[in-house]
Design a protein around this ligand. Structure first.
Ligand code: GLU
Length: 476
């Protein structure tokens, strides 16, 4: 299937970027072909009873793709959307492989898709669809804490992950690690604090770190630091909402937010939570107090700004609008928001595109932390929080005694605090995103002819995946 405005399908797009990067890696054609290929594709059709009396049958089309088992389990979300198709799920699964490699998350890539519009079904119907989908995965041995671990994606969230965990555990009674069969679960069902906002927070950490890079900022004619930067966010779903929130809290100004029905703009900055509540109350993002309406949603993409954050679906930036983009940095919070044709135009314009396989990896990074929590059966911070607090308070008292000065109670609390689960998750995520960015920049220093971050990120990913095949002894 060819994606709109592009001669490449989504899976071909990923392959195009892969090929562009491959010759910077030391592997021969056979290894590269294995890294690029999707190992397992499961396509299913199953019947679900729907309707007010549950007397109608709806046949659901769904997929699970395992792109790579160079590390196991496979990992990746499940998309609920009417546009789901095999090519898209294969593309998204392969992006997961590269994403995990870049942030050193020891998983292979996977992805699922259920071809439904969740808004057209009741909660009970969605529960039935999700449970049946899970049962199909169990039957085919396509799910399990050591096999393949789904997570939320576009159109799914904590609620669906809770149903998946419950169904899996009912069918695998006695599996002590059963909760690790899926991530993004509610905290009350084995989830981890910080998972919901993880992708958006990762986007923020990645861009904030890039903005400390003097060389890049100078080339773009920008000052260093996130403070005062203007940001446009396309999509106010989980990823867009949290990206906007962390950018605003970090001192940037979110000057426009776009959704299906249109976009709103305010040069003084928008508060994403107020916008979200307004949309919930009125059914539309438009007519937000103090903001100007843009009735054509895609007009937001071509606004003058420092950072453009596409945070919804693929192919929103294409050859029809790429040359009108005025942003200096494009932060790919969504998977595949730029077509190959648009990518070429943006590179020519020297716009810095921060690629999805790095920038939106915060979600899977925290999923990894959740999976570790499930396997270790203990909440992060439980063992050391009090110990740290006691040691730190003694240290603070000693300093006060030796200096004869008293600290402000807030400073004292701050210095004495032991880490909670969410503190450790944020810290692990921050470290991961910062290190990964520097690894990508390092590849660009090693290969001065690589001009774009996407190619550098693919080089890094291919090298890591190829090396693990070697470590496994699969290739010499
Ligand atoms: N669906 C998310 C992604 O595309 C998260 C995947 C996960 O946590 O496994 O990265």
């Amino acid at each position: 299937m060819s994606s709109s405005n592009s001669q490449y399908s989504f899976f071909e797009t990923v392959g195009y970027y892969f090929d562009k990067a491959a010759h910077y890696t030391p592997f021969d054609a056979g290894i590269l072909e294995q890294i690029k290929a999707c190992n397992h594709v499961l396509r299913m059709r199953f019947p679900v009873r729907v309707g007010p009396n549950m007397d109608q049958i709806e046949v659901i089309e769904a997929y699970r793709v395992q792109h790579s088992q160079h590390k196991t389990p496979c990992k990746g979300g499940i998309r609920y959307s009417e546009d789901v198709n095999q090519d898209e799920v294969m593309a998204l699964a392969s992006l997961m492989t590269y994403k995990c490699a870049i942030v050193n998350v020891p998983f292979g890539g996977g992805k699922g898709g259920i071809k439904v519009n969740p808004k057209k079904f009741t909660e009970l119907e969605l529960e039935r669809i999700t449970r049946r989908y899970t049962a199909e995965l169990v039957k085919k041995n396509f799910i399990g804490p050591g096999i393949d671990v789904p997570a939320p994606d576009y159109g799914s969230g904590e609620r669906e992950m809770g149903w998946i965990a419950d169904t899996y555990m009912a069918m695998n009674a006695g599996d002590v690690n059963g909760l690790g069969c899926v991530t993004g679960k509610p905290v009350s069902q084995g989830g981890v604090r910080g998972r919901k906002e993880a992708t958006g927070l990762g986007v923020f950490y990645g861009i904030r770190e890039l903005c400390t890079n003097e060389k890049t900022m100078k080339k773009l004619g920008l000052t260093t630091g996130i403070e005062g930067k203007t940001v446009v966010v396309q999509g106010l779903g989980n990823v867009g909402f949290h990206s906007a929130k962390f950018f605003r809290q970090g001192g940037a100004k979110v000057i426009a937010i776009a959704e299906y029905e249109g976009a709103i703009m305010n040069p003084n900055g928008l508060n994403e939570t107020e916008v979200f509540n307004h949309r919930k109350a009125t059914g539309s993002i438009l007519n937000f107090p103090g903001a100007t309406n843009l009735t054509n949603s895609s007009d937001a993409l071509t606004l003058e700004c420092d950072i453009l954050v596409p945070a919804a679906l693929e192919n929103v930036i294409h050859d029809g609008n790429a040359s009108d983009i005025k942003a200096k940095i494009i932060a790919e919070a969504a998977n595949g928001p730029i077509t190959v044709e648009a990518d070429k135009i943006l590179n020519k314009k020297h716009i810095v595109v921060v690629p999805d396989i790095f920038l939106n990896a915060g979600g899977v990074t925290v999923s990894y932390f959740e999976w570790l929590k499930n396997l270790s059966h203990v909440r992060y911070g439980r063992m050391e929080k009090r110990f740290t607090e006691n040691t730190n308070s003694q240290l603070v008292s000693q300093i006060e005694e030796l200096t004869g000065k008293h600290m402000e109670p807030v400073t004292k609390d701050h210095l004495s605090k032991g880490a909670d689960e969410v503190d450790l998750i944020y810290s692990g995520l921050e470290e991961t995103m910062i290190s990964a960015l520097h690894d990508i920049l390092h590849v660009m220093e090693e290969h001065p002819d690589i001009e774009d971050m996407r190619t550098a990120a693919f080089v890094l990913a291919i090298k890591k995946v190829g090396m693990s095949y070697r470590e496994l002894g699969i290739f010499p």
